[in-house]
Design a protein around this ligand. Structure first.
Ligand SMILES: *Cc1c(COP(=O)(O)O)cnc(C)c1O
Length: 418
C-alpha cells in the first residue's frame, strides 16, 4: 500500500502559505535523502554502482545539490541540463549524457564537460566525430531490444519507440567505435517508464548481462558498466505498492553472480538513471480551493492548473489528493478537481470521492516531485508557481520563485505595436 503520510499538517501549511502564497511545489528534503541512501544501500554490493539522477525530472539546483551530496551523478539530455549539472558542480563522468536527436552544440558541451556520452544511434558516431573533432575515450550506446521486449503505456512498445540501436546495429557500432580508437565502453537501455514490477528491471539486467558476454565473445570488448536506465515506477494510487529496492538489488546481485562473475567480467559497474523514484513521492503540489460549481457534475476549482502539473492532463495519470485537515473525514462527495485552463483536460482528479470541500480548503496533490513542475508550461498565460524546500530542520526555503507577468512578457518586443 502507498504511504499517505505527509511531512506537514494544515497548521504548518497555513504558516508557509502566509509567506508563500499557494500554489507551490513543496519538496521534502528528509524523504529525498533517506530514499537516496536506500537505493545506494540496495546496490552497495556492486563496486561501481552509481545513480545518475535524471535532471529532467526535477531540474532545480537545490535538489541536485542534495543528490550530489548523496553521491549521485546527473543524467542529462539537453544543453540546459548540462549547464545546470555543471553549475551544481556535477561534471566529468558524473554526468551521463543520454540524449536523442542530439544537436551538435549539445555533444560539444557534453564532451567538453567530460561527460559519458551515451549514443542513441549508430550514425551518431560519425556525427560526433564531425562536430567534436574526434571520439572520446569512453563511449556508451543505447540498445533498443525491439520485439524482444514488451514496453508499457508511457514509453510505448520498444519496437515503436524512437530510441536506441537495433541489436545488429549495436554490435556494428561497438566494432566501429573500437576501430576508431575508443578504449572504454558502456551499454545502456531504457524500455519502460513508471514500471512498478521489479521483475521487469531484473529482466533488463539479464538482457544487458547477456549482451556484455556477447560483446566480450564477439568483439573482445570488455564493458565497464551497464546502465539500466530510469523508468522505475512509484505508487501513485493508494492501493499500489512501491518497488522493493532491497529485493531488486538482491535479485540483480544473484544474476550478477550467476552470469557476470563466471564469465570473468567482474567488476562490471551497474548504473541507473532514475528520476521518478528519487524525488517523485517527496514533492507535493499545494493548492487552495477557490470555487465550487455544481452543474451536471460537481467541480472544485483550485488556484493551481495544468501549468503546474501536466501528468493528469497529458497521460490521464492519477495523483492522490488529500484535503488537509479533513484526512479523517468520510469521502462522501464526488468531485472533478479542476484548474483554470480553457482546456477540459485541466483536471487534477476526475469523479474522485473526497470529503466535502469548501472554498479556502488546502488540497495537497501527491507525487508531484518528479515530472511535475518541470513539465509546466505557460499556455493560456498561466504562470509557473514557486518551488519550496522543506529542510531537514523543519525550515522552509524558497528554491525557485514564482513567475511574474514580466517573465511571461520577457521574450516579446512591443516596440512599434501601437
Ligand atoms: C526520462 C528518462 C529517465 C528518467 O525516467 P524516470 O521515469 O524519471 O525514472 C532516464 N533516462 C532517460 C534516457 C530518460 O529519457
Amino acid at each position: 500500500m502507498k504511504n499517505l503520510q505527509l511531512p506537514f499538517d494544515l497548521a504548518r501549511i497555513r504558516e508557509i502559505a502566509a509567506e508563500h502564497p499557494t500554489p507551490f511545489h513543496l519538496y521534502d528534503e528528509r524523504g529525498i535523502r533517506e530514499n537516496a541512501r536506500r537505493l545506494l544501500k540496495a546496490f552497495g554490493w556492486n563496486p561501481g554502482f552509481r545513480e545518475f539522477f535524471a535532471v529532467k525530472a526535477t531540474p532545480n539546483p537545490h535538489i541536485l545539490k542534495i543528490l550530489r551530496e548523496q553521491g549521485f551523478g546527473a543524467d542529462c539530455s539537453s544543453l540546459a541540463e548540462l549547464v545546470l549539472a555543471e553549475r551544481v558542480g556535477i561534471t566529468g563522468e558524473a554526468i551521463m549524457f543520454s540524449s536523442n536527436d542530439t544537436l551538435a552544440k549539445e555533444y560539444l558541451r557534453a564532451k567538453e564537460l567530460g561527460a559519458t556520452l551515451n549514443l542513441d544511434d549508430i550514425t551518431h558516431i560519425e556525427y560526433l566525430e564531425r562536430c567534436c573533432g574526434g571520439l572520446p575515450e569512453l563511449l556508451s550506446f543505447r540498445y533498443n531490444p525491439g520485439p524482444l521486449r514488451q514496453g508499457n503505456v508511457i514509453i510505448g512498445a520498444p519496437e515503436e519507440a524512437k530510441y536506441g540501436l537495433t541489436r545488429e546495429q549495436l554490435f556494428e557500432a561497438y566494432r566501429i567505435a573500437k576501430e576508431r580508437g575508443v578504449r572504454r565502453f558502456g551499454l545502456h537501455t531504457m524500455v519502460a517508464s513508471n514500471e512498478l514490477d521489479r521483475g521487469y528491471f531484473v529482466e533488463t539486467a539479464r538482457m544487458l548481462f547477456e549482451l556484455a558476454r556477447d560483446l566480450q565473445e564477439r568483439l573482445d570488448i570488455r564493458l565497464e558498466f551497464v546502465n539500466l536506465g530510469g523508468g522505475m515506477g512509484i505508487p501513485y494510487r493508494p492501493e499500489q505498492t512501491a518497488i522493493d529496492l532491497e529485493a531488486l538489488g538482491a535479485e540483480i546481485h544473484a544474476l550478477y553472480d550467476e552470469m557476470i562473475v563466471p564469465a570473468g567480467l567482474d567488476p562490471l559497474a551497474i548504473f541507473t538513471e532514475n528520476g521518478r523514484i528519487i524525488t517523485g513521492p517527496y514533492g507535493y503540489l499545494v493548492t487552495t480551493a477557490i470555487h465550487e460549481k455544481h452543474i451536471y457534475r460537481d467541480y472544485i476549482g483550485v488556484d493551481a492548473c495544468m501549468a503546474n502539473l501536466m501528468r493528469p492532463g497529458m497521460y490521464g495519470a492519477y495523483h492522490h489528493v488529500t484535503v488537509l485537515g479533513k484526512e479523517q473525514a468520510a469521502a462522501d462527495h464526488v468531485y472533478d478537481v479542476v484548474g483554470s485552463l480553457c482546456e477540459n483536460n485541466d483536471k487534477f482528479a476526475i469523479q474522485r470521492p473526497l470529503p466535502k470541500i469548501d472554498a479556502g480548503d488546502v488540497l495537497v496533490i501527491h507525487d508531484a516531485g518528479a515530472h511535475g513542475y518541470a513539465m509546466g508550461f505557460q499556455y493560456n498565460g498561466k504562470l509557473r508557481s514557486a518551488e519550496l524546500l522543506l529542510r531537514e530542520d523543519g525550515n522552509v526555503q524558497q528554491i525557485r520563485r514564482a513567475e511574474t507577468l514580466d517573465d511571461y512578457f520577457a521574450t516579446l518586443d512591443f516596440a512599434g505595436i501601437r
